[in-house]
Design a protein around this ligand. Sequence first.
Ligand SMILES: NC(=O)c1ccc[n+]([C@@H]2O[C@H](COP(=O)([O-])OP(=O)(O)OC[C@H]3O[C@@H](n4cnc5c(N)ncnc54)[C@H](OP(=O)(O)O)[C@@H]3O)[C@@H](O)[C@H]2O)c1
Length: 237
Amino acid sequence: MNILITGATSGIGEQLARDYAAAGHKVIACGRNQSALQQLVDAYPQQITAQQLDVTDAATTIARLRGYQQLDLVILSAGVCEYVDIDSFSSAMFERVYEVNIFGMLRCIEAVLPNLKAGNQLVLVGSTARLLPFTRAEAYGSSKAALQYIARSLQVDLSKRGVVVQTVSPGFVKTPMTAVNDFAMPMAVTVEFASQAIRTGIAKKRTDITFPRLFGWLLKFLSRLPQSWQVAISKRF
Ligand SMILES: NC(=O)c1ccc[n+]([C@@H]2O[C@H](COP(=O)([O-])OP(=O)(O)OC[C@H]3O[C@@H](n4cnc5c(N)ncnc54)[C@H](OP(=O)(O)O)[C@@H]3O)[C@@H](O)[C@H]2O)c1
């Protein structure tokens, strides 16, 4: 397969790039960090090519990704997380998070969509954070909730074309993104576990790839409770 991965310079995206390359697929690894991209190319010179890309740069992102015409699988994993400081609430922080998690992702979709054909797969990496009103997660959680809605509508609108749209909702994964967290991360998994769960879900064309399973079930159950109960539960975290 020809696979394009954003966020391939770190964490989940990097592990996916390595694992797909090791399995013999051709991977276009995207990210801003040139040295991380070079390390991937050096590790898998036959399999991985690099595309240095900042998804907040709309014109460059669209122009560069539009050039790939034979993509079987597109995985949009680039993302950032910032937590709200409720005593100094900042709309600029929301803009920073949305710039990457929403508008960056949408720019990638705009670029690749005209070239996607029946059977091709578009995978959007969201988060289980979208399921409950977690403390300080107003920006990050809402960006992932928006991603999920966009994906569900795309599943409807792209079904006629036969393009498969899938979402990934990880629980906690041990990556540089979560290494800075100063709170407990229940049921946290490794990037190797995450990559395996995602690749299995992609191969099975699952609409919703949520892991670890127990964590996902628990949050999905809690998200069906009345809103006042969800708030009461989240206050305890
Ligand atoms: N780790 C978790 O527990 C967890 C849980 C749920 C969901 N997720 C989601 O999984 C995805 C990957 O997260 P991760 O944990 O692997 O994080 P990570 O290790 O911090 O990696 C984030 C990736 O996003 C890329 N990125 C950030 N800003 C970018 C920009 N402006 N332009 C292009 N690329 C950019 C980074 O590349 P450069 O710095 O090279 O640009 C990096 O490759 C994210 O969407 C995250 O929200 C993670």
